[in-house]
Design a protein around this ligand. Structure first.
Ligand code: MGD
Ligand code: MGD
Ligand code: MO
Length: 712
């Protein structure tokens, strides 16, 4: 792309990160240099504020450790020794290795691995799908995040955006459920404060007394992985005490009989024994929730990270239909509003390129796939990583490293930095950062279409992912028109611009204004399900899901546009409570050796692993900590501020102990995102996490993790 940059200007952009907020940016450029990035004060949701992570975003572009040129490995695998090569040589090497592999094993021996390092339409989650589908590689199922929640949501209410986060300002009772909003969805908080100032009650359900929980009117600590039981307990009370909105239920839902039968078993006393929440609190929560209107539930992603996470989200999604909360502005629930955007996944992902019979391998099973624990014929002989850092972010990281060390595995990574994953590559390719590239951002926390325009020249030989896959297509001799489209042509194909939601929105207007709201109602009036209109097969909120017939399908974007390429495990029509696999209550044998449940939510100052290698953010975030309850610390002789070893049979890492009753006894908390290679032992939390999936959407069950902690 030959863009012409002016020397001094303010250019409109948008945050590239995998975060619900997708802030509107203003890039300030002087003498061709990005000097500052500020928030656009006119944006109704993000209101000019940027989070701590983005405070040094301009400097981020000039980090001296950035990859600027293609590199090839010159030392042993994992040694981190690389040497600059030309793009021509890099592409020629990829072509020759892949041609050999394809001749001997077939193209399915090549596997892509991608997630959401970048959240653009052109450069994000699906940016490589068309290319890899055309290549005939193994289809990678990308279920790091939200796939369990989304599958549950779609089974229950269909692909609807649900409650607008901005409408939270009109709620009277808000449950923030499994989300640390002040860290992870900061720009939603002012709407909650607005409601609170008008008298709303704010409830946070979280095993940890987080910054968000401390700001709430009521923090309900819950045992990890037991949210489904809590929701069933609430349903038990609501139905038992005749607090349901019978008229709404009769008109706009299906399956109340099955739900009532299921919930009948979950008395507050039984649920209390499962969740650790006093029975009277469960009653109070259910009564307050049912008797106040409008009520809102903001669902966090954390709930899905347990074996029963999918059904827990289905049960949480049922609640506002049971009480009729959807009737009101500010009532209902929000998983993510992404479903209001009219994506054209068939264009973006080109599932028509997939050869019949092509296998699907889930990315969270990477360790098993690379080491042969998962029987694959042909085996994976080449891995192409982009927008992701599995050595840090995927479960059972020790096994992934073992796989990446294979001499016969040809690994290519497209990156900004030499990450813990890139370190094991044979070839590394340099990618551009956000101020250097053009994209229409995918947003999953609000209802604005956000355009990011390049403000400065890309340094060295960095290229955007969209260009990378066009170059690779050319290298492999693909002449399909798809790979020679302009960026705007790609954007035009990627959305249904004629849909009602996009009415009046054009690329030209976006280039001028930066962002525009979808036409899906305004926050002070939007009540999308006041009269049903659910986007399910029945048009109703499905307490008994008709989609259960499809088994454990993977919703939406996580599988190259395909939803039902392979039949999944059976799913019950009416959701139920599925207990953890690893918990003291449910697995006493394992808990004898490893008695503590380890949670690993998001870091405050990093975005997953991004910025984890930058000093200013390291200072803000601090060292890898584990937070441990005083009881658990004292029985182990652990002092605050001392280093401890956290371990189980899968692996270990070391961290500084912080003793605090912010976590309940029997569990400990650390943050995911610290670079393993920058930690004391070269490992981090995912060395201990299980390669296990939640019951829906093949989501990762990261929280289903028993460990022991020892003073070092
Ligand atoms: N600062 C920052 N912001 C981010 C990110 C980041 O890395 N840093 N990452 C972004 C991404 S990719 C995502 S997916 C979102 C995720 O953002 P959130 O949805 O907030 O998810 P987490 O931070 O994983 O966990 C949130 C809370 O859930 C609690 N929790 C853990 N297990 C359970 C459980 O079983 N039940 C209940 N009720 N609560 C539980 C944790 O203690 C934690 O406080 O954040 C996005 N925003
Ligand atoms: N234990 C535990 N593990 C978790 C979670 C948890 O809660 N607990 N959360 C999970 C969740 S919710 C998520 S979303 C995943 C996130 O997992 P990832 O998406 O793998 O996380 P990131 O750290 O964002 O890594 C993305 C990489 O992409 C690179 N990148 C950024 N922009 C570009 C670009 O434009 N082009 C290219 N080629 N590369 C780019 C970055 O430098 C970074 O190294 O982690 C999951 N892992
Ligand atoms: Mo995520």
């Amino acid at each position: 792309m030959s863009t012409h940059f002016s020397e001094t200007s303010v250019v409109r952009g948008a945050c590239p990160q995998d975060c619900p907020d997708t802030c509107a940016f203003l890039y300030h450029v002087e003498d061709g240099k990005l000097v500052e990035v500020t928030g656009d004060p006119d944006h109704p949701m993000t209101r000019g504020g940027l989070c701590v992570k983005l405070k040094n975003f301009a400097e981020h572009h000039y980090n001296p450790d950035r990859l600027l040129y293609p590199m090839k490995r010159v030392g042993p695998k994992g040694s981190g020794k690389f040497e600059r090569i030309s793009w021509d040589d890099a592409l020629a090497r990829i072509r020759s290795e892949w041609t050999k592999i394809i001749d001997q094993y077939g193209a399915q021996a090549i596997m892509p691995h991608a997630y959401l390092g970048h959240q653009g339409t052109l450069n994000g989650l699906t940016s490589g799908d068309a290319f890899f589908n055309r290549l005939g590689s193994t289809v990678a199922e990308k279920t790091y995040c939200e796939s369990g929640s989304s599958t549950a949501w779609i089974m229950t209410v269909g692909p609807t955006g649900g409650l607008d986060v901005e409408s939270l300002a009109y709620s009277k009772y808000i449950i923030v459920w499994g989300m640390n909003m002040l860290n992870t969805n900061l720009h939603a908080w002012p709407f909650i404060l607005e409601a609170k100032n008008k008298g709303a009650k704010i409830v946070v359900i979280d095993p940890v007394r987080t910054r968000t929980a401390k700001q709430a009117d009521w923090h309900i600590p819950i045992r990890p992985g037991t949210d489904g039981a809590l929701a069933l307990g609430m349903i038990n009370v609501i139905i038992g005490e005749k607090l349901a909105d019978d008229d709404y239920v009769a008109k706009y839902t299906v399956g109340i009989e099955g739900l009532a039968a299921r919930a009948a078993d979950y008395t507050p006393e039984k649920v209390s024994a499962i969740t650790g929440i006093p029975a009277d609190d469960i009653r109070t929560l259910a009564r307050e929730y049912a008797k106040t209107q409008p009520t809102a539930i903001r669902q966090g992603v954390a709930v899905e990270r347990s074996p029963g996470g999918g059904d827990a989200i289905r049960l949480m999604t049922i609640l506002p239909a049971l009480t009729g909360a959807w009737r009101h502005v500010g009532g209902g629930a929000v998983e993510m509003p992404i479903w209001e955007f009219p994506f054209n996944f068939d264009f973006m992902c080109r599932p028509d390129f997939i050869r019949p019979g092509t296998r699907v391998v889930n990315e969270l099973d990477l360790g098993a796939a690379l080491t042969g624990e998962m029987e694959l014929d042909p085996p994976i002989k080449s891995l192409f990583v982009y927008n992701s850092n599995p050595v840090s972010q995927a479960p059972n990281a020790g096994q992934i490293v073992k796989g990446l060390m294979r001499e016969d595995l040809f690994t290519v990574t497209s990156e900004l930095f030499i990450t813990d994953t890139a370190k094991y590559s044979d070839i590394i390719l340099p990618a551009t950062m956000q101020a250097e590239q053009y994209d229409l951002m995918v947003t999953w926390g609000h209802l604005y279409v956000m355009l990011n325009q390049p403000a400065i020249e890309a340094p060295g030989e960095c290229i955007p992912n969209v260009e990378l896959f066009c170059r690779l297509a050319k290298t492999m001799g693909f002449e399909d028109e798809h790979f020679s489209l302009s960026e705007d042509e790609m954007l035009m194909g990627s959305y249904d611009w004629n849909s009602p939601a996009m009415e009046g929105i054009t690329l030209d207007k976006l280039k001028e204004r930066g962002w525009m709201r979808l036409n899906v109602g305004i926050p002070s009036e939007r009540a999308p399900h006041a009269e049903g209109n659910f986007k399910t097969p029945s048009g109703k909120c499905e307490f008994a899901a008709s989609a259960a017939e499809n088994g454990n399908f993977v919703a939406g974007v996580w599988r190259s546009g395909y939803e039902d390429m392979q039949p999944g495990n059976p799913v019950e029509a009416v959701p139920t409570y599925i207990p953890p696999t690893e918990s003291a209550a449910d697995n006493s044998g394992l808990a004898k050796k490893f008695p503590l449940n380890l949670l690993s939510p998001k870091p405050h100052a990093f975005l997953n692993t991004q910025y984890g290698n930058e000093q200013t953010q390291q200072l803000r975030q601090g060292e890898q900590l584990i937070v441990i309850n005083p009881k658990d610390a004292s029985t182990r002789g652990i002092d605050s501020g001392s280093y401890v070893r956290v371990f189980n049979e899968r692996g270990s890492f070391e961290a500084l102990a912080e003793i605090s009753s912010d976590v309940i006894a029997g569990m400990i908390m650390t943050n995911v995102g610290h670079w393993p290679g920058l930690n004391r032992t070269g490992t981090a939390v995912n060395s201990t996490t299980p390669p296990r999936h939640s019951n829906l959407g093949q989501a990762g069950a990261y929280s289903d993790n028993l460990v022991e902690v020892q003073a070092t």
